[in-house]
Design a protein around this ligand. Structure first.
Ligand SMILES: Cc1cc2nc3c(=O)[nH]c(=O)nc-3n(C[C@H](O)[C@H](O)[C@H](O)COP(=O)(O)O)c2cc1C
Length: 188
């Protein structure tokens, strides 16, 4: 079993992108090949980052819990809505707390919006973010357009196209994580 951590980064009241995060969680579990830890940033209420975790003398239990969920994962998926052509500020704030936790991790990108473009601008910026933290962005991304129509509240696909895209994303992602995590294990 691959250990996968989903880091979901919207904290807005009434957020719709939780549907994309839930859809992915469900699809990964249904693959039978992944053990999933779901980190919903909203539940941690992290302050704006003033120091990174490794610089702190008394880090909060929340930060230590997220650090452990990232470090112990074979692969990570970042899930974000698109806000003003980028990913959510709450996600970036969380990412910035951590350093070595990201190193050489295979990372999948999921973005969504209530418009037709499915968060493509946010997803492109997430690729750059992942490179900056010394991790590997998977080339195939899952974009969810019209979140309110594409997925129901539990993340169930509402049309064939989104169902197919989720399936393809999970299949590519499991391959990607297995390849990179095997290489990482060899090197340690
Ligand atoms: C501050 C803000 C900026 C937004 N900017 C964009 C944008 O640039 N492009 C886009 O497609 N949708 C944009 N949206 C709409 C979001 O895609 C929409 O709220 C969607 O439901 C995903 O965000 P949510 O998880 O917060 O609901 C924006 C929404 C907010 C709150």
């Amino acid at each position: 079993m691959l250990k996968i951590t989903i880091l979901y980064g919207a904290i807005r009241e009434g957020r719709l992108s939780i549907r994309a995060a839930r859809a992915l969680e469900k699809a990964l579990k249904e693959s039978g090949k992944a053990e999933v830890t779901f980190i919903d940033i909203k539940t941690y209420n992290l302050p704006v980052m003033e120091a990174r975790l490794f610089e702190m003398k008394n880090p909060s239990a929340s930060l230590l819990e997220i650090s452990n969920a990232l470090s112990s994962a074979d692969g990570i998926v970042l899930v974000s809505p698109e806000y003003n052509n980028g990913y959510s500020g709450a996600l970036k704030n969380t990412v910035d707390y951590f350093t070595k936790e990201w190193s050489h991790k295979p990372i999948g990108i999921v973005a969504g919006s209530n418009g037709r473009m499915g968060g493509i601008n946010a997803s492109n910026m997430m690729q750059l973010l992942i490179l900056a933290i010394n991790a590997f962005p998977m080339p195939y991304k899952l974009l969810v357009p019209e979140l309110h129509l594409s997925l129901d509240e539990d993340g169930n696909p509402q049309n064939e196209i989104i169902a197919k895209n989720i399936k393809r994303f999970v299949s590519e992602y499991l391959w990607f994580v297995e390849a990179i995590s095997n290489q990482v294990k060899k090197g340690t």
